[in-house]
Design a protein around this ligand. Structure first.
Ligand SMILES: Nc1nc2c(ncn2[C@@H]2O[C@H](COP(=O)(O)OP(=O)(O)OP(=O)(O)O)[C@@H](O)[C@H]2O)c(=O)[nH]1
Ligand SMILES: [Mg+2]
Length: 494
């Protein structure tokens, strides 16, 4: 392959897809490279991680220096395009604004965004063919190198739209997958994302026949009209690639299952000690990590980028009355979460379903907070977490329209307005958590000798002290505790 051929629009897709396909088929896909399970977000800031990612990406594709510069530029200049099929113009704008935020999170520079009103996406080119040609003009005017579509496109649509606009076309699903890949930190998170990427790419492999066959010196490369499958040696190569990806996926599923087991064990351990668990859920960028920081003082990564958090980070926290509970930060939800990702992240979300209380954080300053609440609830329903009590935490009260905050507080049965920035409402929230946490089952009275002081500390941490008095014989307690602790206290009960 000559460099000039890689500059043709076909070549662009080919080199990109070569790289992705190769990366997927390498024995060790980037996860599992020394990142431990315990890495949970406060170690690297995002620019460092992004820098790490870029270098790692280059090392697999580096062919010559000119090409490196070309690639770096290429990913960063995008034009967005959406098809507006239903709802108001404002909703359509919000959707595109969200796509812009996603693209920026992925490291792209957004140059322009266009929306087309139509009943349904065009089966051939997503937007109508006339609009596709206009889009081509915008691409030329702005010097964009990538078009990002606000939906999931079929392999055929991607290719046909690329043929018109003559730059790379990416859909929302691929974009979200890319962000997930950049941000997954734990071994399990990385494995889940890789699996989801493979699932997304498998049916799209056919369109890459050209590049794959060219790679092995097959005949298909320069021939015109070979956008879809090419026959001959390339076909065989694609079949081999498909089989290898399927094998890799099976292996990954097994490994994910094992990782899940070890996480379940940890969770059961927490259960055994009856530590109540609180999960912070909510739309991406709502302020979940900021809230975790406020409530626990943990230094978890916070930034104004979508999906800053991908792996659940679990912290120990304490209610004002001194009861211990765990507080888990979770990955942000987003509308139209690609189906594969809902599946892939099910295990992460199970944590939400398993918790005793959900703090559902919503950004009160967002133009459509109700939509975000609904989108998150849909996923919560998906993972069967509907029985878990929920507190709606309307965040960013410092910058939100007070009328919107009032509207939300009125509409939600169990809601509180806070600002993690100013700290407003946080004390009330802590009290609310204290009230909502499940009460330990056994109420008892005991006289614990001072020689057994450890037991008293446990009652404070794991149970709920109702009365306490220090007497000559020891500590006199009335408390609610869980079964196991009740058994330990039995010799001293009065
Ligand atoms: N003005 C204001 N900004 C806030 C508040 N809470 C969070 N933010 C900002 O909102 C952005 C997102 O905060 P995060 O805590 O990272 O949000 P998140 O929900 O964890 O986001 P993801 O992990 O990406 O899903 C950051 O820029 C925060 O500084 C608040 O109370 N007021
Ligand atoms: Mg976060």
């Amino acid at each position: 392959m000559t460099f000039s051929s890689s500059l043709s629009h076909r070549g662009q897709r080919s080199t990109e897809t070569d790289r992705r396909a190769d990366a997927l088929m390498e024995e060790d896909v980037a996860w599992g490279n020394g990142f431990s399970d315990e890495r949970d977000g406060d170690q690297l800031d995002r620019s460092e991680r992004a820098a790490l990612r870029r270098v790692a990406g280059l090392s697999t594709e580096l062919q010559d220096v000119t090409e490196v510069e070309y690639r770096q530029l290429r990913l960063e200049r995008v034009v967005l395009v959406g098809v507006w099929t239903s709802g108001t113009a404002e909703e359509a704008d919000n959707s595109l604004a969200e796509l812009a935020a996603l693209a920026e999170t992925a490291g792209a520079m957004v140059l322009d965004g266009v929306i087309q009103r139509r009943d349904k996406p065009d089966p051939a080119t997503y937007i109508g063919s006339g609009k596709a040609r206009e889009l081509r003009d915008i691409v030329l005017e702005t010097g964009a190198d990538t078009v990002v579509c606000d939906g999931e496109l079929s392999p055929g649509q991607l290719i046909q739209l690329e043929d018109v606009v003559k730059v790379k076309v990416v859909d929302r699903t691929a974009l979200i997958l890319d962000i997930f890949a950049q941000h997954a930190k734990s071994r399990e998170g990385k494995a889940q994302v890789s699996l989801a990427q493979m699932q997304y790419m498998l049916p799209r492999l056919r369109g890459w026949g050209q590049s794959l066959s060219r790679q092995m010196g097959g005949g298909g490369s320069g021939s015109s009209g070979g956008g879809m499958a090419t026959r001959g040696p390339g076909e065989t190569k694609i079949e081999t690639d498909r089989r290898r990806i399927r094998e890799k996926m099976a292996k990954m599923r097994r490994e994910i299952a094992e990782m899940k087991t070890s996480r379940d064990v940890k969770r059961q351990e927490r259960r055994r000690y009856q530590v109540p668990s609180v999960a912070i859920a909510g739309y991406t960028n709502a302020g979940k990590s900021s809230l975790l920081n406020r409530l626990t003082g943990a230094g978890v990564l916070v930034e104004n980028a979508l999906f800053a958090t991908l792996d659940p980070t679990v912290r120990r926290a304490e209610t004002p009355s001194g009861r211990i509970y765990t507080l888990a930060d979770t990955v942000g939800f987003v509308r139209h979460l690609p189906h594969h990702l809902v599946e892939a992240f099910r295990s992460t979300m199970e944590e939400v379903g398993d918790s005793d209380l959900i703090l559902h954080v919503v950004d009160g300053s967002h133009p459509a907070p109700e939509e975000q609440l609904a989108a998150v609830r849909e996923v919560i329903r998906d993972v069967g977490a509907t029985d878990v009590p929920e507190i709606v935490v309307v965040n960013k009260a410092d910058i939100a329209d007070p009328l919107v905050v009032q509207r939300l507080l009125r509409a939600e049965r169990h809601a509180i307005a806070v600002s993690t920035h100013t700290g407003a409402g946080i004390d009330e929230l802590l009290d609310l958590i204290d009230r909502e946490l499940p009460r330990p089952a056994v109420e008892l009275a005991a006289l614990v000798p001072y020689t057994d002081g450890g037991l008293v500390s446990r009652v404070h941490a794991e149970g709920e002290v109702l009365e306490e008095e220090h007497t000559a014989e020891g500590t006199r307690l009335r408390a609610r505790v869980h079964e196991e602790l009740a058994a330990a206290l039995r010799p001293h009960t009065v």
